[in-house]
Ligand binder design. Structure first.
Ligand code: G6P
Length: 613
């Protein structure tokens, strides 16, 4: 998954960059590269595959300098190859850029640049950025202004670092729309830049974290921060603890908060390497799924525990709707003892963040005994659930430390969506226009999630209003029913409040008796195919004096006029809406627990990975 490192100072920058990239190896990548200002010119080294390939290349063709940027890549646009690896250079070689994120409007920008005579040297979306910067630089503007003008044209969420031999005293870094972090580290007369703290913790424990839509101009002596429009911004320098795990929390008070915010990045990473936006196709190579195998399947059974089980429930809707394949969903601890009906035409898919949950592993063994094709979606690479499966999908989110799972919930939602699209394609049940639309919608996700995170202060106000409640009911329907379950689970796990998730249509068969002014009811009512039904649910709760917290699509004034509180989410293609609607519910649970002064990261009685029955 993409990682960025930068250095400016008196030392040879190359070992600093290579060491930083090494510290990011745990994130996974398919190629790597670096650019160094050497004798007033920029030299680039790029290699596909392991970092050791880049190290060998640098050993063969040595390069050194005091200003450098480096990158590890997970392919999104363009195959993993040296040619598509970052850094990317402008035509005259004067500007180089490394980038995390997806340029959503890259096709439009590419067309415009092609019309201006630009020749592209790679298949990446990133390359558009460097050509835009070069155009302004050549017309006489300074590097920072040229960079900001280019940044303002990009749609989507990004972390970008660039430099130019025209202005060899600086590196420009930007964080746009919440695409993971950009951190600037202070040394003695030297400065470091990274996407992730581990890359620079060997050198510094004093750092500035860029906020969304901020640009840093880093020189050997320090950093100035400004908006994309050029207005100066005050920043705070954080002293990071020396404990390497604790220091990775950065400027977040809890890992859970950090991990909620990491989702913009982790979702981009989840998509990376799997989606060919140009061809409108999904590739899940580690699943070894052929068209013949896909056509031979009669049923998919998804098994999981806890939060992963809620992801499985969303997966049922996705695979049935998109791939027209029947899906059963089962709790692993039930499945393992139920003597389930499984045959060789059944694919059993286990979802597990840790890949070590005892019930899930036992259920997988049961499925194996019955002759099923065995798949898994796991976060921990090398885990048992990955090893014993016939094929697997890696979540690509990086380690999750908070016990209450957040980023390891949204990643499998996207994995399941990609699996559904791949199955549909291989089984021939989707036409090419629909396929292309399903695939291209994935590119919208990081930005949509970032927009939910931008509204965090509104969620804090709702948390303040709810923090002293004793119970809470969550209602959802269709694809968002599991999000009601997940929202309730998050609240009970970390705030110890009684919370219950319910399918909204079942409300009238019992739970409606609970509704009174002391029972807040969180109602998921985004604009999806169940929207009208959910509106009437809101009316029913209000008619009984209940307090409604609505998760609503931006601009839905009608719903806002009915509800007591609103958690806004941006308009999202409905098959992807659970990835977006869960974000305010994660934040709501987090802030209620925090306002109640509870141990958010390590809630009582719970364990991150349950390796006993
Ligand atoms: C524990 C954790 C949950 C998690 C569940 C399944 O109960 O506290 O957050 O959802 O295990 O874990 P897995 O690693 O299999 O996804």
């Amino acid at each position: 998954m993409c990682g960025i490192v930068g250095y400016i100072g008196p030392r040879d920058a190359v070992p600093v960059i290579l060491n930083g990239l090494k510290r990011l190896e745990y994130r996974g990548y398919d190629s790597a590269g670096l650019a160094v200002l050497s004798n007033r010119h920029i030299e680039i080294r790029r290699a596909s595959g392991k970092l050791s390939n880049l190290e060998s290349l640098v050993a063969e063709l040595p390069v050194s300098g005091r200003l450098a940027i480096g990158h590890t890549r997970w392919a999104t646009h363009g195959a993993p190859s040296a040619r598509n690896a970052h850094p990317h250079a402008s035509r005259n070689g004067e500007v180089v850029v490394v980038h995390n994120g997806i340029v959503e409007n890259y096709l439009e920008l590419r067309q415009e640049l092609l019309a201006d005579g630009v020749v592209f040297a790679s298949d990446t979306d990133t390359e558009t950025i460097v050509h835009l910067v070069e155009q302004d630089l050549s017309s006489g503007l300074g590097l920072v202004e040229s960079a900001c003008r280019a940044f303002r044209r990009l749609k989507g969420a990004h972390g970008i670092v660039l430099m130019s031999d025209r202005e060899p005293d600086k590196i420009v870094a930007a964080r746009i729309g919440n695409a993971g972090g950009v951190v600037i580290g202070f040394g003695q007369d030297e400065m470091f830049i990274a996407s992730d703290l581990p890359a620079i913790l060997d050198h510094t424990h004093r750092a500035v974290f860029l906020e969304s839509h901020q640009v840093a101009v880093v020189t050997q002596g320090g950093v100035t921060v400004q908006t994309l429009a050029g207005a100066p911004v005050d920043y705070q320098v954080h002293d990071l603890p020396w404990d390497p795990v604790a220091s990775q929390k950065g400027d977040h008070r809890h890992f859970m908060h950090k991990e909620i915010h990491e989702q913009v990045r982790s979702l981009a990473d989840t998509i990376a390497g799997r989606v060919d936006f140009d061809a409108g196709r999904i590739h899940l190579d580690t699943l070894s799924l052929s068209p013949k195998l896909a056509r031979s399947l009669h049923k998919v059974v998804i098994i999981a525990c806890g939060t992963a089980y809620h992801a499985a429930q969303v997966g049922k809707v996705l695979i049935e709707r998109i791939a027209h394949l029947p899906v059963e969903v089962d709790i692993a601890s039930e499945f393992r003892y139920r003597d389930p009906i499984i045959d060789p035409h059944t694919a059993v898919l286990a979802i597990s963040q840790s890949g070590e949950t005892a019930d899930t592993l036992a259920a997988m063994e049961e499925a194996r005994k019955k002759g099923a094709l065995l798949w898994s979606i796991v976060n921990a690479l090398g885990s048992q659930a990955m090893r014993i499966a016939d094929g697997f999908i890696s979540m690509q989110t990086g380690p999750e430390i908070g016990v209450a799972s957040t980023k390891a919930f949204t990643a499998p939602l996207v994995d399941l969506y990609m699996l559904a699209v791949l199955l549909a394609d291989l089984r021939g049940v989707v036409d090419s226009a629909n396929l292309r639309k399903l695939v291209s919608d994935l590119a919208l996700l990081p930005d949509l999630v970032g927009r939910c995170l931008d509204r965090e202060s509104e969620v804090v106000s709702v948390a303040q209003a709810l923090k002293d409640t004793r119970h809470c009911l969550y209602l959802g329907r269709g694809i968002n029913m599991p999000i009601a379950y997940e929202g309730a689970l998050k609240l009970k796990e970390i705030s110890y409040l009684h919370a219950e998730g319910y399918p909204a249509g079942e409300m009238k068969h019992g739970p409606i008796a609970l509704v009174d002014p002391d029972m807040p009811v969180v109602i998921l009512a985004p604009r999806d195919p169940w929207y009208e039904k959910m509106l009437s649910q809101v009316e029913q709760v209000k008619a009984r004096g209940g307090r409604v917290v609505a998760v609503a699509t931006e601009g839905d004034q009608h719903l806002a006029s009915l509800a007591d509180h609103v958690l806004w989410v941006p308009e999202t293609p409905w098959l992807l809406s659970p990835v977006v609607t869960v974000i305010p519910l994660q934040l709501l649970a987090y802030h209620i627990a925090d306002l109640r002064h509870l141990d958010v990261d390590q809630p009582r009685n719970l364990a991150k990975s349950v390796t006993v029955e």
